[in-house]
Design a protein around this ligand. Sequence first.
Ligand code: ZN
Length: 370
Amino acid sequence: VPVALLIDGHCHVIRAGDLDRAEFELACGEADLPAPAGVSYLDSQLGLAIRRWCAPVLGLPAHASFDDYLARRAELGWSAASAALIGAAGLAALLVDTGLDVPDVVGMAQLETIAGAPVHEVVRLERVAQDLMGRVDAAGFAEAVAAALASRASDAVAVKSIIAYRYGLDIPPQRPSPAEVVEAAGRWFRTGGRLTDPVLLRHVLWAGVDTGLPLQLHTGFGDRDVRLSRADPALAREFLEATVASGVPVVLLHAYPYHRNAGWLAQVYPHVYLDLGLTVGHLGLRADSVLGEFLELAPFGKLLFSTDAYQLPELYLVGATQFRHSLRRLLDGWIADGALRPADAGRITEQIGAANARRVYGARLGRSAG
Ligand SMILES: [Zn+2]
């Protein structure tokens, strides 16, 4: 089954500059604290996958040690190593969530040069709202959110919500009333801090729906900031019910370990899609089994490839290569069983890898954002 270029439907920017071993190791997973003595985050499924898939791209034998790998990476320099690693991922386009606040990252134009593929912006809703702090009054908040989104969304291919992080997916489905929004905005502007007020989060989420752009919704695991049990996409059922008539595509990101719940949602709601990012890249060899679970209930036209790569260029390559490898192994098994023909396997591979993304995210894909 030939695998063409992939559209990376959800990823982030990479760090600019050479990383020491401790920084590299922390960037390899969702932990933000160093591992305890005697434990390395590199001694893991993702570590094995990096040694297997990335070492040969930097001119080393597969499974070279991390000492050798990091020495080779430093010798090449972060920029050349990044271009080699992301280039080898075979991406047709990158949809980049620009809402994270981290120092020392490359800009979008620089990422486009390094990746050798068009990059497109996904606007993070909570970030747009946060940027209004101190610039508008409570009475003008709702209008300012709409105006800021209209301006940001004119160049974006999607919006994204992290309400699962800031509150949880168990939200009342309806829009808050204008009076509720003014009152909550007044409270937030007096106390300051991160946007965690459930009324404002719901308002901003609906403002995202109003843009008409596909809405990416963080679900499932992530860093330790997320209350995992409240990130089960099944909890968003009332919201999905309330948005089905809008026709706005809702793309459930990550989902793991609730990806089977997400598969059911993708089956019963015409506007719900399921993104494979983060999960497949981080599971290494186990991606074979979990990909099989993603392909249980969800129609194949509802599944979208992504890497969710962040900070490290390795995560683009591992995400893309492990996906291709695991999907091929899965579908080869189905062919051997007589469940489908090679032509069907090729069509499913093309759908998940790029065709579904082109349909959901639209004609802007593939055109340079710069
Ligand atoms: Zn992400």
